[in-house]
Design a protein around this ligand. Structure first.
Ligand SMILES: Nc1ncnc2c1ncn2[C@@H]1O[C@H](COP(=O)(O)OP(=O)(O)OP(=O)(O)O)[C@@H](O)[C@H]1O
Length: 261
């Protein structure tokens, strides 16, 4: 198992955002996390990637207990994530965005940068190489020197993937990777996610586009009000009355195909 999440909870004040959630993710899986708005999906990713400390529970990545680790340490161990909205530097080039993103996530401290230590110079070179590899993977090499302001929404999504890939991850957490792009572009992003898994990466993704999830994911976990209400293959999830009830608020018409939830 690449990732084992055990009885994980997070409360914000009186709100139970994630409530005793278990999850096991195997190497090479494309594991989707779905659920209605406010179900706790992004919070769940924030806990795994160290952006919020869990209230209770345990997270194990490749045998390491990462439950209380800070985000940069978790990134160095091999977990990368994208955000629902990636704040890119619009005036900087695609390449510089990937380099900066990579260094912000993983690298030397402020003193190394100020003093230009050997380590800093070596890491700078490594970041550049990783950035080019990542841009090649997401098929944006030709736009490397283009300012972000000049590229399309779908290309910006690819830059967000490249930011994650440049940290050399084993597990990538993608938060709504296809939000705000049209159906053709969604297909392109799906192929890219499949390519990540084919290259040996493990992928967890949050997404509301159900047709995309059903064809891409091999496992799906459903959250509702912080709780895991189902987990299984796409077929199991599609036909699960508890899931249909959670989405539609009623199981009167179970044949309803929910396209975009
Ligand atoms: N930092 C925070 N402080 C307080 N409450 C928060 C915080 N982050 C999330 N919440 C609350 O936790 C609950 C779960 O939110 P979360 O963003 O994880 O849901 P989600 O399933 O990702 O929703 P969506 O699909 O709309 O992005 C919500 O009620 C939200 O308001």
């Amino acid at each position: 198992m690449v990732l084992i999440v055990d009885n994980l909870s997070k409360t914000f004040g009186g709100l139970q955002a994630v409530d005793q959630v278990d999850l096991k993710v195997e190497k090479g899986d494309i594991h989707a996390v779905i659920g209605p708005n406010g179900a706790g999906k992004s919070t769940f990713f924030n806990l795994i990637s160290g952006f919020h400390p869990p209230t209770s529970g345990k997270i194990t990545f490749n045998g390491n207990d990462i439950t209380k680790m800070p985000p940069n340490k978790i990134a160095r161990l091999g977990i990368a994530r994208t955000f629902q909205t990636t704040n890119l530097f619009e005036d900087a080039t695609v390449l510089d965005n990937v380099i900066i993103g990579n260094r912000l996530r993983t690298k030397s401290g402020l003193w190394d940068a100020i003093l230009r230590t050997k380590r800093e110079i070596r890491e700078e070179k490594e970041s550049m190489e990783k950035a080019y590899q990542a841009l090649d993977f997401v098929e944006l090499t030709e736009l490397a020197n283009e300012p972000i302001a000049n590229i399309s929404q779908e290309q910006k999504k690819r830059v967000a993937f490249a930011l994650a890939l440049a940290t050399d991850p084993e597990l990538v957490l993608l938060d709504e990777p296809a939000a705000g792009v049209n159906p053709d572009e969604t297909d392109g992003l799906s192929s890219l996610i499949q390519k990540m898994a084919d290259s040996g990466l493990t992928v967890c993704l949050i997404e509301h586009k159900m047709s995309m999830i059903m064809s891409l994911a091999n496992r799906i976990m459903v959250l509702n009000q912080g709780k895991r209400i189902a987990e299984g293959t796409p077929d199991e999830i599609k036909n699960n009355p508890v899931v249909i009830e959670a989405y539609l608020g009623s199981d009167e018409d179970e044949s309803v195909e929910v396209e975009n939830i």
